[in-house]
Write a new protein. Structure first.
Length: 134
């Protein structure tokens, strides 16, 4: 899988885009890459765009991804939104959502990127110190 991240909203949000087959090791490295970025704020929202990724992880792989998400991102990630493009990806995303929820993360799966970004923004409501823009 190829992963690329960009920071949005002055480092308040991370958009992680993946192409190809989803791999646990590549995902872990992508998390480490953006966590090492000095522009990233202490608390952030994470938008994972999986529309061009192959929904191929096994159940064990999804468990591993949820554990890595919890271990590396902990409570720094206010919310994680997964944007998917098809029914199979939606099913894998929902499995991840449930497993991440059991570890205390707030995750949701979306088919529309705009809806996902809106949900992430609502995670910062009442946090005037971290908000940018109007």
């Amino acid at each position: 899988m190829t992963c690329q991240y960009i920071l949005l909203g002055d480092g308040r949000m991370v958009q992680l885009t993946g192409w190809g087959s989803i791999g646990v090791e590549e995902t872990e490295q992508a998390f480490r890459d953006f966590l090492a970025d000095p522009r990233l704020q202490e608390h952030f929202g994470l938008l994972v765009d999986a529309r061009n990724a192959s929904p191929s992880p096994s159940a064990a792989g999804v468990h591993s991804l949820a554990e890595i998400h919890s271990r590396l991102l902990g409570f720094r990630a206010r919310r994680t939104a997964l944007v998917v493009g098809n029914t199979e990806q939606f099913g894998v995303g929902r499995m991840f959502q449930i497993l991440a929820d059991l570890r205390g993360a707030e995750v949701a799966v979306f088919k529309d990127e705009g809806d996902a970004l809106e949900w992430l923004e609502r995670g910062f409501e009442g946090d005037a110190g971290n908000r940018s823009g109007p």
